[in-house]
Design a protein around this ligand. Structure first.
Ligand SMILES: [Zn+2]
Length: 425
């Protein structure tokens, strides 16, 4: 007898509904009608099922620290970094852990079950890193947490930055991070990239660089990162996060850059919520949006994923770790609302994110772990438009989060009726 049978789910782009048979945490069968008996049956009501959301760029060490020790009034990246540096010496392991655990509880409720989090390794105590390694282990049954050793204050700009990076890797971090545009000079930025890539190459690790998170069109570290990715043959092991300077770059230069990026197999991460909030802050009008060129990158054959980046921290006061909110913002700021583009938006918070994280056995398929999310929506468009309730979040065949469907009741002149915000015709 099966452990669980989920009946009546819809897959994106398919007309029929399907049943999903689960046994011992693994998807055993997917078919339009499964007759086997199961210890537990659940009717999904024809609602949409998607793989768990993947957040390919997050800062769990800072999440939920909003207002500590003060709020960001200018709304700039640099004031955010200042506030973080004021908080850093006072970080207490217990509080960092409590915030991270609470954040991940929100993530799970939203169906976000894989998170790549950068962790600041320019604090000589490496306190936040130790805490997040602990959190990763304690939460591994529910969330796949991938840690990036991130030199927030600059690898070369920080005293003993290189030593701290090496120590972080020794502790078991699997991704090498960097921030070349924040080093003292462009030359130092390039040197940091070369050093970090060789380090990753020699340790067999992944790379994820905060790359050109600026409106300065002359910030071109992506070119050097692409070059090093090609030269060392690192391919899809390397991701470039943000790439906001590409928004402002000269079009002719970008026409040379895009094929180079595709050739290297480097992957790109855009953070729509944070990019639209932090970029263009030195502009009067017109104000640049600052998001990287996502449709053009995709057209060139570069894999792109979306990250949430921040939730209630020195850089961003909003958010609840809902990747559909990220996709919704991306759709607006990148003007991606064609039907095929909407499918891409969903992919960038699911399958394309899984590619960036190099996740194995991800996706709703026979033989894969039974990890998926049932949304209160019938189509991809409605999932993006409504960011609907996550009715059930499955992890290894167990329901780890559930939320009752949302309905509104109207009372118009004594006559009651319900509204569910779906188009009926
Ligand atoms: Zn970041």
């Amino acid at each position: 007898m099966l452990n669980c049978l989920v009946r009546n789910v819809s897959f994106p782009g398919k007309d029929k509904t399907y049943d999903i048979a689960i046994h011992q945490g693994v998807i055993r069968e997917i078919d339009s009608s499964i007759t086997a008996e199961a210890a537990k049956e659940l009717d999904a009501g024809g609602n949409l099922v998607v793989p768990p959301f993947v957040d390919s760029h997050f800062h769990l060490d800072a999440a939920l620290s909003l207002g500590l020790p003060r709020f960001n009034q200018s709304g700039t990246l640099l004031e955010g970094i200042e506030i973080w540096n004021e908080l850093k010496p006072d970080l207490k392991a217990e509080q960092v852990k409590q915030r991270a655990m609470e954040m991940l509880r929100w993530s799970i409720a939203r169906g976000t079950l894989a998170v790549r989090t950068h962790v600041d390794v320019t604090d000589p105590s490496l306190l936040a890193l130790d805490v997040l390694l602990e959190v990763k282990d304690e939460m591994k049954n529910w969330v796949d947490l991938q840690l990036v050793a991130f030199p927030q204050d600059g690898l070369l700009r920080t005293k003993e930055g290189k030593e701290l990076m090496v120590r972080a890797l020794e502790k078991g971090v699997e991704v090498v991070g960097g921030i070349p545009h924040f080093e003292r000079t462009a030359e130092e930025g390039r040197k940091s990239i070369s050093w970090l890539c060789s380090l990753a190459e020699s340790h067999g690790l992944l790379v994820d660089i905060h790359c050109d998170e600026t409106d300065d069109p002359n910030s071109r570290h992506i070119e050097h990162l692409t070059y090093e990715t090609l030269r060392m043959g690192l391919g899809e092991r390397v991701a470039a996060s943000h790439l906001t300077s590409m928004h402002s770059m000269d079009n002719y230069y970008v026409s040379k850059l895009l094929p180079l990026m595709a050739e290297s197999s480097i992957q790109a991460i855009c953070n729509p919520l944070i990019n639209i909030h932090l970029q263009g802050r030195h502009d009067t009008y017109p104000k640049r949006r600052g998001l990287t060129r996502v449709p053009e990158l995709l057209n060139a054959g570069v894999n792109v994923a979306f990250g949430h980046d921040c939730v209630m921290d020195p850089w961003y006061p909003m958010g609840s770790h809902d990747m559909l909110e990220v996709a919704h913002m991306g759709g607006h700021c990148l003007q991606m609302m064609g039907t095929e583009q909407m499918n891409l938006l969903l992919e960038m918070v699911t399958t394309r994110g899984a590619e960036v994280l190099n996740l194995e056995r991800y996706g709703i398929a026979v033989g894969n772990p039974a990890d998926f999310v049932v949304l209160q929506a019938k189509s991809v468009m409605d999932a993006l438009r409504l960011q609907p309730v996550r009715l059930f979040v499955f992890r290894r065949g167990e329901v780890v989060a559930s939320t009752p469907p949302s309905t509104s009741t109207l009372n118009l002149g004594g006559e009651t009726s319900s509204v569910d915000f779906h188009l009926k015709r």
